[in-house]
Design a protein around this ligand. Sequence first.
Ligand code: DGY
Length: 323
Amino acid sequence: MNKPRILVARAVFPHIIELLEQHFEVEHNQADAAWSKADLIARLHGKAGAFTTGGERIDAELLAACPELKICANMAVGYNNFDLPAMTARQVLGTNTPDVLTETTADFGFALLMATARRVTESEHFLRAGKWSKWSYDMFAGSDVHGSTLGILGMGRIGQGIARRGAHGFGMHVIYHNRSRLTPDLEAACKARYVGKDELLAQADHLVLVLPYSAESHHAIGAAELAKMKPTANLINIARGGIVDDAALAKALKEKRIAAAGLDVFEGEPKVHPDLLTVPNVVLTPHIASATVPTRQAMAKLAADNLVGFLVHGKPLTPLNPE
Ligand code: DGY
């Protein structure tokens, strides 16, 4: 019997390609350059499944051009690249990779928070540029992490991981805002207090964004929200770029209306708003919050297992829109 045909839209670990080749006829993106939409559609034509990485937009136009497509398996927990209603209408399953990246991503959220608060990259650039000539009482004086107020916007699994690290590891006072409130047990485990969005903005010394991107969360942090934050506050975004209005943020940073920001994600990435590149009080990383070797392997394996589970055994592991 012919094996089902699948497309792997970006380069991935060779052992994952080998695993997929046991079950499928695999076309994969060996060059690892992002395909244009037209290229993606042309390559997906006739394929039953797609291994996607979060950058490939799966929408009604693509679905109409790929009638044999049955599943798109994202190697990411976020799935804002999927038009899920359009996929559901066409009976195309979407899957993502929850849980396997939670702790790694929460670790990175904390790394970015600390690097931002303690001005790690800014001071390293200063040292490497040969500018360090003396001790000075206020040289790169930043803000404290321990004992401060940690605000979390979006309290899913990763948000809770950040809350636990802050509360238990650093004695931070944790407040959060989310579409729905956590159960009392979860709030107790995270030592987190639910507040309204305005109180979150006004009280947080460090505000971490961990909410999913959607039309509703587009520019959830813009000029008006930044104006409500403390001038000493730091903003950390490990969620999705479009959640922050990057132009407004660059302006707020330049005018020191907030102290600093740590950003792992950007509107229109891999492009970065040019104004963010010119302000010193921002730590910038290229969307690597889940990037440890074991976690990226686990994400790739789960995406592959979803393809095998669904196309070979009829049972995906982590479906987003089950029938
Ligand atoms: C995710 O899993 O959504 C990450 O952003 C991808 O690295």
